[in-house]
Write a protein that binds this ligand. Structure first.
Ligand SMILES: NC(=O)c1ccc[n+]([C@@H]2O[C@H](COP(=O)([O-])OP(=O)(O)OC[C@H]3O[C@@H](n4cnc5c(N)ncnc54)[C@H](O)[C@@H]3O)[C@@H](O)[C@H]2O)c1
Length: 251
């Protein structure tokens, strides 16, 4: 088991990639703290992990709220006494809004959840990790963090920011090799995030459709990447963004 004796927080673990990552980590021996806004899904995923023989708790938390991210780390320490791995996975989309059609509310919310939340949760986690001189942070970004045409303005900006944050934390907090910070840039993945696209901006949609996407992954295919980055197999990987897009960016 690759994560024996490790303790991991996974945000957005009630659905999609977060759920798959939490389940994969538990299967590999980690004690997992699942965080999400959706209480029913949290309960479901925790009980599915327990039924499969894993160890997990669920914490109802909004990553965009400072008091929630502080409580999340506190509850992890109370339950398991340490924090080895943080996966900043929770994220939301923006209806592909262009700057021309963007309202402040969408911008503020997307930046708060996709960028400010991971910064604040990493800040809380790094206090514990720095003291323990051990830790891995994994940020689930997107190919929208590398290309302009894979989301709306707020989503693309938030994911570019998350990739910058990943590299900055890697070179500052990971400079002695004890703490590692990496990112994942998935292409299209079959999850529930598409259901949150309610009124897509026509220009934003047109650009997405022009650039196309040939393959769609299942969430567990991204969980495999998150397992590699969390494990000692990646012990010399720091500040790196693994693109997992079935070849889209290679075209
Ligand atoms: N699905 C894709 O095609 C795709 C591609 C690239 C990157 N991503 C990124 O992967 C991550 C996971 O997305 P997914 O596709 O699995 O989506 P999903 O919608 O299936 O799951 C996201 C989970 O995050 C939770 N969540 C949302 N806002 C939250 C908040 N403020 N606090 C706590 N939890 C919150 C939701 O309740 C949900 O359970 C996101 O960051 C997303 O941007 C998705």
């Amino acid at each position: 088991m690759k994560l024996q004796d490790k303790v991991a927080i996974v945000t957005g673990a009630g659905s999609g990639m977060g759920e798959a990552i939490a389940k994969r980590y538990a299967k590999e021996g980690a004690k997992v703290v699942l965080a999400d806004l959706n209480e029913a899904n949290l309960k479901r995923v925790v009980s599915e992990i327990e039924e499969a023989g894993g160890v997990a708790i669920g914490v109802l938390a909004n990553v965009a709220k400072e008091e929630d991210v502080e409580r999340l780390v506190d509850e992890t320490m109370k339950a398991y006494g340490k924090l080895s791995i943080l996966v900043n996975n929770a994220g939301i989309m923006d209806n592909f809004k262009t700057v021309g059609s963007l309202d402040d509310e969408t911008w503020d919310k997307v930046i708060a959840v996709n960028l400010t939340g991971p910064m604040k949760l990493s800040r809380a986690a790094l206090k514990v990790m720095t003291e323990a001189q051990e830790g891995v942070i994994i940020n689930n970004a997107s190919i929208g963090g590398l290309f302009g045409a894979r989301g709306g303005a707020a989503y693309v900006a938030s994911k570019h920011g998350l990739i910058g944050l990943t590299k900055n934390m890697a070179v500052t907090h990971g400079k002695d090799g004890k703490i590692r910070v990496n990112g994942i840039a998935p292409g299209a993945v079959n999850t529930h995030i598409g259901e949150t696209i309610t009124a897509p901006d026509p220009l934003g949609m047109e650009i997405i459709q022009q650039t196309g996407q040939s393959l769609t992954a299942e969430a567990d295919q991204i969980a495999g990447v998150a397992l590699f980055l969390a494990s000692n197999d990646a012990s010399f990987v720091n500040g790196h963004i693994i693109v997992a897009d079935g070849g889209w960016t290679a075209r």
